[in-house]
Design a protein around this ligand. Structure first.
Ligand code: ADP
Ligand code: MG
Ligand code: MG
Length: 194
């Protein structure tokens, strides 16, 4: 599946709306195993993404991805901002060579892991990104798969980020970044991007 500028803009619009709708829920999740700001961080960041895309009116996908990355890095803050930002920046870099969605997302997750050092099972957004990208490559991505990946973080003990300070007490809670990443991929399916 090729990612086009038009589809990408629809995707980001849907993602920004979903994050805005779920802001309080994401912060509630973060208050259980973190500092309670993930919803506010993401809502601020996605509002900046929407405003920046609307103001700069990119005419190509690479520019749109770069604008997204910059807004996320500068406005989300916390741990999640640079991580989401890196993922979009890696997509921007590769998009000059290919617009194949699978390849763009493979590069994104590699960047995310390089930046944050999280492996599968560490109870982070990586636990959603990795299986989703693999399912997408196999043409098997469904909403159910996304829900499964998000839920898989509940029994995990956090090894990265703030939640890791809790050790065993992080067990039994969903990871907020995994939930927001679930929204990213749900809206990707809704926007019929992949
Ligand atoms: P902060 O923890 O700085 O307040 P946020 O609350 O916005 O930042 O984001 C927390 C989320 O960031 C976590 O739920 C987790 O998914 C993700 N995260 C934290 N550290 C890492 C990491 N090293 N690698 C991948 N994801 C991470
Ligand atoms: Mg937080
Ligand atoms: Mg914080």
């Amino acid at each position: 599946m090729e990612l086009t500028l038009e589809k990408y803009l629809v995707w980001m619009k849907e993602f920004a709306q979903k994050i805005s709708d779920q802001k309080d829920y994401l912060s509630d999740l973060d208050s259980k195993i973190g500092d309670g700001d993930h919803g506010n961080n993401m809502a601020r960041g996605l509002k900046a993404v929407s405003e920046s895309l609307a103001a700069k009116k990119p005419t190509d996908l690479t520019t749109a991805l770069k604008i997204t990355a910059m807004a996320l890095i500068s406005k989300v803050g916390g741990a999640a901002g640079p991580l989401y930002g890196t993922a979009f920046l890696e997509m921007a870099k590769l998009s000059g060579q290919t617009t194949d969605l699978d390849q763009l997302l493979v590069a994104a997750v590699a960047g995310l892991q390089k930046r944050g050092g999280a492996q599968a099972g560490d109870k982070t957004m990586v636990d959603v990104w990795l299986p989703i990208v693999n399912k997408l490559k196999a043409d098997q991505l469904t909403d159910e798969e996304i829900q499964e990946a998000v839920k898989s973080t509940k029994p995990m003990e956090a090894k990265k980020g703030r939640a890791s300070y809790l050790g065993e007490r992080s067990v039994g809670h969903l990871d907020p970044g995994a939930v927001s990443s679930g929204y990213l991929f749900e809206t990707m399916l809704q926007a019929e991007v992949g």
